[in-house]
Design a protein around this ligand. Structure first.
Ligand code: ADP
Length: 634
C-alpha cells in the first residue's frame, strides 16, 4: 500500500469546501478539467514544433470523455504533456497556482462558495461531484506512469501505475445520487455533450466522446415498434466546434454566419440589427463579437434582465454575464469578449477590479458608440428602428448618476421635433437654429398632439422656432442634466422668459405689467397661494392663459414624480400667464373695475382651464363645473 500523504492546510480547506459545496453549478468541474487538459496539450504541442521526439502532429491531439454507467466512472483524458511523480505531488497536493483563490476569514465562507461557482478553482472542483478522484499520468520523456488518488480531505496517495501513452487521465467516481442531487447525469452522453457545448465549445483541440445512439435493428419486424426493435450503438463524435467564430478571419465570414450564431446563442428569432466583430491589439489584446438586437428581449424592461457580455479567456468561458463590460446605457448589447490577458481562474471580486477588464470595457464602450454613430449618420432608417427599441435606455443612461455619462451619449439622442414631427438629433437642431435664437426649446407632455396644442408653443412655432417635443417621462430630466448642447441652453416653453421678444416688445410688456399691477395682484390673491405670480405673457397667441413654472420642478416633472405613489408629493411653483391681446384680458380688466367678486371667480376658472390644458388635474372639479354652469345660465 502506498503511503497516505496529507494535504497542506489551505488545500485541505479548499477541498473541504468543494466536497461540501452546495453550489448548483457544479457542472463547471467539466470546464475546469477540460481546460487543464487543453493547457497540457498546448504545452506538448508547443514542444512538438521544435522537438521531433514528440512524434505528434497537431491533428493527433485530443481530449476524450468516457462515461461508464456501471462503475459510475467519468474519465477525462488527454494526450498532453503529462505529469511525473513530483509534478503530481506538487501540482495536485498543494494549491499553489490557483492564484485567484485567496482565503478570507471564516465568516466569509459563503462568499467563497460563490467564487467556486462563478469561476471555479481548477482541478479540485472535481470533488464537487466525485467521491474519489484518480489521476493517472505519464509525463513526456518519462518511463514510468504514476497514479494520484484521493477520496477527499483525508489525504492522497501516489504510486506507480500502468499507462502506456503520454498524457493524463482523470477518473472521477461520481457521488451517489440523493433525493435532491443527481450526479448520474454526468454519465449521460447527451448531457455531457451539452455541457461541453456550453462551456468548452471553443477549446482548440477536439473533445471526443463515444456518444450513445439508438437505431432500428436490421432484423426488426416491420410492425415492431417496441424497445426490442432498437439497439444502442456508439458513435465517436467531436463535441466542440474548436474554432470560435470570433477568432476567424472577418473576410471569411458572411452576414449569415454572424446572424445564425447570434440567433443560436442568444435565443432570438430575429437577426440582430447590427453585429460588430473587432480584433483589438494594444495595451490589451482581445477579440469581441457584439450584437445590437433588433427588438428588446421580452424581459428587457423588467428587473429580471441582467446586462453583461460573456467573457472568455482564450476560448474558455469564464463567465456568462460579465456586467462590468457594459455601461448601463448599452445594457441591450449582447455578445462576448475573448482575451488571453484575462486569467481563467480570476474570481468575481478580482474581476471587478481587474485593470485589463476595465481597459477592455472602455474600449468596448467606444466601439459600440462609434458603431451607433455610424448607423445614425449612414443609415437613418435603421438607426430610428434602433431608437424605437432602445432609445429610452440611452436616455436613462444620460440621466442616471446625475448625468455623469451624459456626455458619452448625448450625440445619440433623438427627439421628435415640431418641424414635420420627425426625429432629430440635437446636432441637427442646433445646426438649423435661427440666427437670433438663444435657446433650444422643448415642450413636455403625454403625446405629440397634446404638446402641439399647448398655448405656449403656438407663438414660438408661429415665429418659426423649432421645438423639441418630449413625450417620455424621463425626457425632461435628461434636459436638466444636459443643461446645454453646443453652448446652447435648453429652455422649456413653460418656463419663464423664452427670449423671443424684441426690445420694444419687452418695453411694451413691462408697461402693461405696470398698468395692470393691481389687477394681477388680485388674481394672485384670488388664487390663494396656488400660484407664485400672475403676469403678462409674451408667449401666447390665440389662447387667453397658460401656466408656466419657475424653479427646480417643472409642471411635467410634477406630473411624472407624483405618479409614483412612493414619492413624496412635489409641486412646481406656478405662474399664471395672461395674454394681453386676448379678448378675455379686457373682460378681466372691466370686471376688475366693476365687480371684484365675479373677477375672482373668473380668475379661478382661468387658472383651472390653464391646468387642464396642461394635462394636469384640478383641485376641485365639481366647483369648477358649477362655476362654468353658473356662467352658462346667465
Ligand atoms: P490551475 O489550472 O489554475 O493551475 P489546477 O488546480 O486546475 O490549477 O491545476 C493545477 C496544476 O496541475 C496545473 O497548473 C497543471 O500544472 C497540473 N495539471 C492539471 N491537470 C493537468 C493535466 N490534465 N495534464 C497536465 N497537468 C495538469
Amino acid at each position: 500500500m502506498a503511503e497516505t500523504k496529507q494535504f497542506k492546510a489551505e488545500s485541505k480547506r479548499l477541498l473541504d469546501m468543494m466536497i461540501n459545496s452546495i453550489y448548483t453549478h457544479r457542472e463547471i468541474f467539466i470546464r475546469e478539467l477540460i481546460s487543464n487538459a487543453s493547457d497540457a496539450i498546448d504545452k506538448l504541442y508547443f514542444k512538438s514544433l521544435t522537438d521531433d521526439t514528440v512524434g505528434m502532429n497537431k491533428d493527433d491531439f485530443e481530449i476524450r470523455l468516457t462515461a461508464d454507467k456501471d462503475t459510475r466512472i467519468l474519465t477525462v483524458s488527454d494526450n498532453g504533456i503529462g505529469m511525473n511523480e513530483e509534478e503530481l505531488e506538487n501540482n495536485l497536493g498543494i494549491i499553489a497556482n490557483s492564484g485567484s483563490f485567496k482565503f478570507k476569514n471564516e465568516n466569509e465562507k459563503n462568499e467563497d462558495v460563490d467564487i467556486i461557482g462563478q469561476f471555479g478553482v481548477g482541478f479540485y472542483s472535481a470533488f464537487m461531484v466525485a467521491k474519489e478522484v484518480e489521476v493517472r499520468s505519464k509525463a513526456f520523456g518519462a518511463d514510468k506512469a504514476y497514479a494520484w488518488r484521493s477520496s477527499g480531505v483525508d489525504g492522497y496517495t501516489i504510486e506507480e501505475c500502468d499507462k502506456e501513452k503520454v498524457g493524463t487521465e482523470i477518473r472521477l467516481t461520481l457521488k451517489e445520487d440523493t433525493e435532491t442531487e443527481n450526479y448520474s447525469e454526468f454519465l449521460d452522453s447527451y448531457h455531457l455533450k451539452e455541457l461541453v457545448k456550453k462551456y468548452s465549445d471553443y477549446i482548440r483541440f477536439p473533445i471526443k466522446m463515444d456518444v450513445e445512439k439508438s437505431r432500428r435493428k436490421t432484423d426488426a419486424a416491420d410492425d415492431d415498434y417496441s424497445d426490442n426493435a432498437y439497439e444502442t450503438y456508439y458513435e465517436n463524435e467531436t463535441l466542440n466546434s474548436m474554432v470560435p467564430l470570433w477568432r476567424r478571419n472577418k473576410n471569411e465570414l458572411k452576414p449569415e454566419d454572424y446572424n445564425n450564431f447570434y440567433k443560436d446563442k442568444y435565443y432570438d428569432y430575429n437577426d440582430p440589427l447590427k453585429y460588430i466583430h473587432s480584433k483589438i491589439e494594444g495595451t490589451v489584446t482581445y477579440d469581441s463579437l457584439l450584437f445590437i438586437p433588433s427588438q428588446p428581449p421580452f424581459n428587457f424592461y423588467s428587473k429580471d434582465y441582467e446586462k453583461g457580455l460573456q467573457l472568455y479567456s482564450s476560448g474558455v468561458l469564464i463567465t456568462d454575464k460579465c456586467a462590468d463590460l457594459l455601461p448601463d446605457y448599452f445594457s441591450f448589447v449582447r455578445g462576448l469578449v475573448d482575451s488571453a490577458d484575462i486569467s481563467l481562474n480570476i474570481s468575481r471580486e478580482m474581476l471587478q477590479h481587474d485593470h485589463q477588464l476595465k481597459t477592455i470595457a472602455r474600449s468596448i464602450e467606444k466601439t459600440i458608440k462609434n458603431e451607433l454613430k455610424k448607423l445614425l449618420n449612414n443609415n437613418r432608417e435603421e438607426y430610428e428602428k434602433f431608437w424605437k427599441a432602445f432609445g429610452i435606455q440611452i436616455k436613462f443612461g444620460c440621466y442616471d448618476n446625475y448625468g455623469r455619462d451624459c456626455d458619452a451619449v448625448k450625440d445619440l439622442l433623438l427627439f421628435t421635433s415640431s418641424a414635420e414631427k420627425k426625429l432629430v438629433t440635437l446636432d441637427e437642431y442646433v445646426d438649423r437654429m435661427k440666427e437670433d435664437q438663444k435657446y433650444i426649446y422643448y415642450a413636455a407632455g403625454d403625446n405629440v398632439n397634446m404638446i402641439e396644442s399647448l398655448p405656449q408653443t403656438e407663438l414660438l412655432r408661429d415665429k418659426g422656432y423649432e421645438i423639441l417635443y418630449l413625450t417620455d417621462s424621463v425626457d425632461e430630466f435628461v434636459m436638466k442634466v444636459l443643461m446645454r448642447y453646443k453652448e446652447k441652453e435648453f429652455r422649456s416653453v413653460s418656463e419663464g422668459d423664452l427670449g423671443i421678444d424684441t426690445e420694444e416688445e419687452k418695453e411694451e410688456t413691462k408697461k402693461l405689467a405696470e398698468e395692470n399691477k393691481d389687477m394681477l395682484t388680485l388674481i394672485k390673491e384670488a388664487l390663494d397661494g396656488k400660484i407664485k405670480e400672475a403676469k403678462i405673457s409674451d408667449k401666447l397667441k390665440s389662447h387667453p392663459v397658460c401656466i408656466s413654472s419657475v424653479g427646480r420642478i417643472s409642471l411635467e416633472m410634477e406630473k411624472v414624480l407624483n405618479q409614483n405613489p412612493q414619492n413624496e408629493k412635489v409641486t412646481s411653483e406656478k405662474v399664471l400667464e395672461l395674454n394681453p391681446d386676448h379678448k378675455i384680458f379686457s373682460v378681466m380688466q372691466k370686471l376688475f373695475n366693476e365687480d371684484k367678486e365675479k373677477f375672482k371667480t373668473y380668475a379661478s376658472i382661468l387658472y383651472d382651464q390653464a391646468l387642464l390644458i396642461e394635462g394636469m388635474s384640478i383641485e376641485d372639479p365639481v366647483g369648477f363645473s358649477n362655476k362654468v354652469c353658473a356662467l352658462m345660465s346667465e
